[in-house]
Write a protein that binds this ligand. Structure first.
Ligand SMILES: [Zn+2]
Length: 572
């Protein structure tokens, strides 16, 4: 009773206090350059109507429209939000903008295309290009084609053009006979390290190439010019702004061209003022790669105010699709068509543990974050081991390393991340029931698929969890597709096909993944990721309030305005 009376008194005081509010002031005595009024601005302290931002992009006041109108804000640009919701800008911590832009300029095959549909598209691309020209592009999925693809299927429609098509995961490629012969691949060619050439019974390559075997053919495809790289990047940057992505991590600089060329392309768009997003570059690295080591050593030549080349990308395994290249602790449900080797049963760990440990310890000491590609639970385990080794050697450096994708994580590894300061980076867009997930489900079997992307367990363990789209492995970089699936674990709009319902999280948790959690992972949490006085104005204005939207319609949420550092950088 006493407690209740005390609370009642406190409430009366609060109400009394609200009746005579202290007049709102502009923080720092600054001048407003931008006013947002009449909105539903989501702050950690609740919803407010209006906001003032100064010329440096700092939020200097939050309050009611009436309160802000009484401040000396003449000369400020005034945007009437007309009741729309405002959230912090979203982060995408695993995206491939250059690759996505390049992909759009190549032979575009929609994910899930049947074999006849794919053949029609590739034939049209070849007819348009003319004889002898390389046809590259993607994407294809075994689940949609119905069986393992082979070169004859492409020879039938493109005998006079070399063809090389990436699958949806971009970890396997499919070549026709002319592409194989141009690259000199035949029955005598041995598998390269970390790569598999699939073969028929006579030992002849079938046209299917796994992981680093793809490079044997890809190195014969004409390299993109600097102008092509730059236009690919610019178009992807604009697309990401239209989806409200105000910060992102390039997950594998050096994938579509050389590392040096790609890092220079980023620096060039930053210098031209085209790069608006707060950007981290994860520079692709493999052991004994002198060229990559040279770029990493010279990284600060390319650093700009919104460009941080402060991350190294290491691939620990492949993908748990029909290729069985993700490294798994338990065997796959079956073996790869035509192959019964150890890689077919448990996948491939691409680097030895002591090599990974030494690399992470070295990069950690340099202040560089490491992002792992780790899809299988054995690869996630190895990545966590390496971060633990770095902590043991260096103490806690403060640099946050992340294990990326985390498609499968052993139960025993879930609590380790928090203890060693490792971040789990998950790919919720990939999770959508789709051709690629059908492939994964078939490869690992019905029991294992139930714990795919164990995000609920990760959050409950207290680990830092962040999201990445992996675009253009997924067809759209729109984060609202992922937000909906994190909450429903169903296809966009709802449906019966579902995996891992027990791993669903709340809408608030899903939005946190894209905002505060991501900011924290990049040590930007004092500047962006939440809306508060003193923070930088990285904001998105939405066409509806996601917290008042039925969950199955969250994928329809549209960004109307994107603001970075107080500048309007996109308007629908
Ligand atoms: Zn990726």
């Amino acid at each position: 009773m006493i407690t209740r009376r005390l609370i009642a008194t406190a409430c009366t005081l609060l109400v009394a206090g609200l009746a005579v509010p202290a007049p709102l002031q502009l923080a720092g005595g600054g001048a407003a350059a931008l006013l947002l009024v009449n909105g539903r601005i989501h702050t950690p302290a609740g919803i407010v109507q209006a906001m003032a931002v100064d010329a440096k992009g700092v939020i200097i006041a939050l309050g009611t429209t009436e309160e802000l109108d009484q401040l000396p804000t003449s000369g400020a640009r005034r945007i009437d939000l007309e009741g729309h919701a405002v959230l912090p800008g979203f982060h995408d911590l695993h995206v491939h903008p250059i690759f996505a832009g390049m992909q759009a300029q190549r032979c575009v095959i929609p994910q899930g295309s049947s074999l006849p549909a794919l053949q029609r598209i590739v034939k049209a691309c070849a007819d348009k290009a003319g004889p002898g020209k390389w046809i590259t592009g993607g994407q294809w999925d075994v689940a949609a084609i119905g069986r393992a693809p082979n070169r004859a299927m492409l020879d039938a429609i493109s005998p006079h053009n070399p063809v090389l098509l990436g699958d949806s995961s971009e970890h396997s490629a499919w070549a026709n006979s002319l592409a194989l012969s141009t690259a000199g691949l035949d029955r005598r060619t041995v598998n390269p390290p970390n790569g598999i050439i699939e073969r028929d019974k006579s030992g002849q390559p079938t046209g299917l190439l796994r992981e680093d075997a793809v490079l044997l053919v890809r190195q014969h495809v004409p390299a993109p010019t600097d102008a092509e790289l730059r236009s690919a990047l610019e178009s992807s940057l604009a697309t990401m702004l239209s989806f409200g992505i105000t910060s992102f991590t390039e997950a594998a600089a050096g994938y579509s061209s050389t590392l040096e060329k790609e890092v220079k392309a980023y620096a060039a768009v930053a210098d031209a003022g085209v790069l608006k997003q707060r950007t981290r570059l994860c520079m692709s690295w493999v052991p004994d790669d002198a060229a990559a080591d040279a770029v990493i050593a010279a990284r600060n030549l390319y650093a700009r105010s919104r460009l941080s080349p402060d991350c190294v990308k290491m691939f620990l395994d492949g993908v748990p699709t029909d290729s069985h290249t993700a490294a798994m602790l338990e065997p796959y449900a079956g073996t790869v068509e035509g192959r019964d080797d150890e890689a077919s049963r448990r996948g491939m760990l691409l680097l030895k543990q002591d090599v990974i440990d030494a690399a992470v310890t070295r990069f950690d000491r340099m202040g560089l974050a490491v992002k792992f590609h780790a899809a299988g639970d054995a690869a996630v385990h190895a990545g966590l081991n390496a971060i633990e080794a770095a902590r043991r050697a260096n103490g806690f450096s403060g640099v946050l390393h992340d294990v990326g994708h985390c498609t499968f994580v052993a139960r025993a590894d879930i609590p380790r991340a928090r203890a060693i300061g490792a971040t789990f980076e998950v790919s919720p867009y990939l999770w959508a029931p789709s051709p690629i997930t059908d492939d994964i489900a078939a490869a690992v079997g019905p029991e294992t698929i139930k714990r795919v992307w164990p995000i609920r367990e990760m959050i409950d363990s207290g680990a830092l969890v962040v999201p990445g789209s992996d675009w253009s492995v997924v067809p759209s970089v729109n984060p609202w597709i992922a937000v909906e699936m994190l909450v429903t674990r169903e296809p966009s709009g709802g449906g019966d096909r579902s995996f891992g319902k027990a791993e669903a999280i709340s809408l608030k948790e899903a939005v946190d993944l894209f905002t505060v959690n991501s900011a924290r992972h990049r040590h930007l949490e004092g500047m962006v990721g939440a809306i508060a006085t003193g923070m930088l104005a990285d904001l998105i204005v939405l066409d509806r309030d996601p917290f008042d939207t039925p969950v199955h319609r969250l994928h329809e949420v549209q960004v109307m305005t994107t603001i970075i550092n107080g500048d309007v950088v996109f308007q629908r």
